[in-house]
Ligand binder design. Structure first.
Ligand code: F3S
Length: 640
């Protein structure tokens, strides 16, 4: 039987397990990436493992989230990241160089390589055929230490592309169409592998936009073949030597097949507050727009911004529409500048921001109260923009730029001719010298820490019986933004767990932290898809610090589930989802944790004698990790 690209890469990197969907496989990891918001903790964890230098082919530490220097915390973290990278043999990318995924795609990602990153949009590198997955920071720390990365063997979905994009439709509309069809839960446990004649018609930036936002499907990752387009991209990036051809066998078998005719796509938009609330742009005609933000790891490439400049050139946005543009990297910025494309942006009224995540995580550029913001980003969860009642819509760069001129949603049929499809110039400028490569003499490097960098605490083992109260009951679709909000003030505390834990569920229930402190231990009760959204492991670490022993839910999002395991919190699944209604906040529960077996069912009893059956989807190893009090404890136990 022929093999898919996914099977080829997994087979080559398999260190344990069987390639049977759902069964755990251990993979050798070639590359890792970290970003400052989650990576500062990942590096503290790497240090705690105590092996000295990274054992991957390449590890890169990017600073792109908290780049604004508000007080000492961010600059202290950046200095720590620079020095710990130098000491450990990793590459460091300073603040302002660009967004991790855009930079990694341009400078380091390789077809056929495995990559894990402490950021959920790591699959961006799948645009050039990398098997790139978002992971918890601890998993990344362990991969840097040479340990395998474990995942359930994914199902492989073939996305058969035919036709080609026409008019104003863009790569973003491909993934919005998939989100419309499959929803934010539709990709769990799956790799989306793109194939068919339509692939050749998509540029690498379009492919990267699609694999980037495959994360919103809940997918393990998404991947494109490595073909002539990939080769051309890598050659222009000065990395022709990194190219290999990587395509699925003609007779490859897939678990599912989905077809998309690119020629039929038209501009789409995701409405507040979920990336799968997708409709046609035309359906919203007449709705006023207060802000447009172009950038993020999804749509900040040279072609996105050149298209933007072409659309805006010689025109101006209305005074009531705020336009923000953040290029994805200094390389993108240099190309725009060289071609005289910055001036049309400025003249149109755009505010040019630093090459960083910026407004994507509410780091500046928040919309007005109840303001409508059209963004080229990947997420529009409530409050993520920094404005709790902000109405965030997600669209392609060319749609966003065109709408910025109108100051309201308009029908694309009235937009006139679309801008030409952009290809990279022959002489792409290099920014390689802006990265800090590790020195020969690592012993001489001193790791510099500031007062905000607090070493990781030791967590105790899971008791054989957990007795704790339900201290929070929440609804379906709780995101990691609900658990720990983003924003400058909070993320600046990322390397200080006691301080950041004060914000756990602060926007959902302001008294939760006080209740946890009063009781010392607690359980969270949730609905479907608990923990969807970003990979931020602080959304598990914070609750663990506060004493949360278990979450009992109807279903769990993949990366958050992994983070709960890594930090020793029991992820329990209600056998009968209707039992959610039987339990209320304040109920005291007895959980016979020592009776748990992988996939087995146990009965939880409440103080009033009521029983509720819960199960788990844990492997034997994951259960042992939780019993040891978390992955760091388990690794240390194994080492000793
Ligand atoms: Fe940054 Fe937003 Fe991407 S925070 S890494 S631009 S999802």
């Amino acid at each position: 039987m022929g093999k898919s690209i996914t099977h080829k890469i997994i087979e080559k990197h398999l260190v344990s397990g069987e390639m049977v969907p759902g069964k755990e496989v251990g993979l050798r990891i070639d590359q890792t990436l970290t970003q400052d918001a989650t990576g500062t903790m990942a590096w503290l964890q790497f240090e705690a493992i105590g092996i000295g230098e990274v054992r991957t082919d390449l590890s890169v530490s990017y600073v792109d989230h908290n780049t604004l220097q508000m007080g000492f915390r961010n600059p202290d973290d950046h200095r720590y990241l620079r020095t710990v990278a130098a000491k450990s043999g990793a590459v460091f990318s300073p603040a302002g160089t660009g967004i991790c995924h855009q930079l990694h795609l341009e400078n380091f990602a390789k077809p056929g390589a495995t990559l894990i990153g402490s950021d959920s949009h790591t699959p961006t590198a799948g645009g050039i055929g990398s098997m790139a997955m978002g992971a918890g920071g601890l998993s990344v720390a362990l991969a840097m230490a040479g340990e395998a990365y474990f995942i359930p063997m994914p199902k492989v979905v073939k996305v058969q592309l035919t036709g080609e994009l026409t008019g104003w439709a863009a790569g973003k509309d491909v993934i919005l169409e998939l989100l419309r069809r499959l929803t934010v839960k539709g990709g769990v446990g799956k790799v989306f592998e793109y194939a068919g004649p339509g692939v050749a018609a998509l540029s690498v930036p379009d492919r990267a936009t699609i694999t980037n936002m495959g994360a919103e499907l809940g997918a393990t990752t998404s991947i494109f073949p490595s073909d002539d387009k990939t080769k051309d991209f890598l050659e222009k990036m000065g990395r022709g030597g990194d190219w290999i051809e990587l395509v699925a066998d003609e007779d490859a078998e897939y678990d599912e097949v989905i077809e998309i005719n690119l020629s039929e796509l038209e501009p789409l938009v995701a409405q507040p507050h979920m990336p799968d609330q997708v409709c046609k742009v035309a359906d919203l005609a007449g709705k006023k727009i207060d802000q447009v933000a172009i950038g993020s790891c999804t749509n900040s490439s040279y072609s996105d911004l050149k298209n933007t400049a072409q659309i805006l050139s010689g025109k101006q946005t209305p005074a009531e529409t705020d336009l923000l543009i953040s290029p994805g990297s200094k390389q993108v910025m240099k190309m725009l500048s060289r071609e005289g494309l910055i001036e049309p942006l400025l003249d149109a009224g755009a505010r040019l921001l630093e090459c960083s995540c910026g407004p994507c995580i509410g780091m500046g550029g928040s919309p007005t109260t109840a303001g409508v913001s059209v963004r080229t980003f990947n997420r529009n969860f409530e409050g993520r923009s920094g404005t709790l009642d902000g109405q965030v819509y997600l669209a392609s760069a060319q749609t966003a730029a065109r709408l910025a001129l109108d100051g309201e949603f308009t029908d694309p049929a009235t937009w006139g001719p679309a801008p030409e499809r952009v290809t990279l110039p022959e002489d792409v400028p290099s920014i390689r010298d802006l990265f800090v490569f590790p020195p020969e003499d690592k012993a001489a490097v001193e790791i510099l820490r500031g007062p905000n960098i607090v070493a990781l605490e030791d967590f105790e083992e899971l008791p054989s019986t957990v007795t704790a109260k339900v201290l929070l009951k929440v609804e379906d679709n709780i995101t990691t933004d609900h658990i720990l909000p983003a924003g400058a003030q909070i993320t600046a505390l990322r390397s200080n767990i006691p301080a950041i834990s004060e914000y756990i569920f602060s926007r959902v229930d302001a008294d939760f932290v006080a209740r946890m402190k009063e009781h010392g231990t607690g359980v969270i009760l949730g609905g479907e898809n608990y923990g969807q959204g970003s990979s931020r492991e602080h959304a598990a670490l914070g609750p663990r610090h506060l004493g949360v022993k278990a979450v009992i839910v109807k279903s769990l999002a993949r990366i958050h589930r992994a983070n709960l395991v890594n930090f020793g919190i029991l992820p329990l699944l209600l056998v009968n989802p209707a039992d959610y209604d039987k339990l209320t906040q304040g109920d005291e529960l007895t959980i016979p944790a020592s009776e748990m077996t992988p996939g087995g069912t146990i009965e939880i009893t409440t103080a009033s004698g009521e029983t509720v059956a819960v199960t788990n989807d844990l492997t034997k190893k994951e259960l042992e990790i939780i019993q040891a009090g978390g992955l760091l404890n388990a690794v240390r136990q194994n080492q000793s």
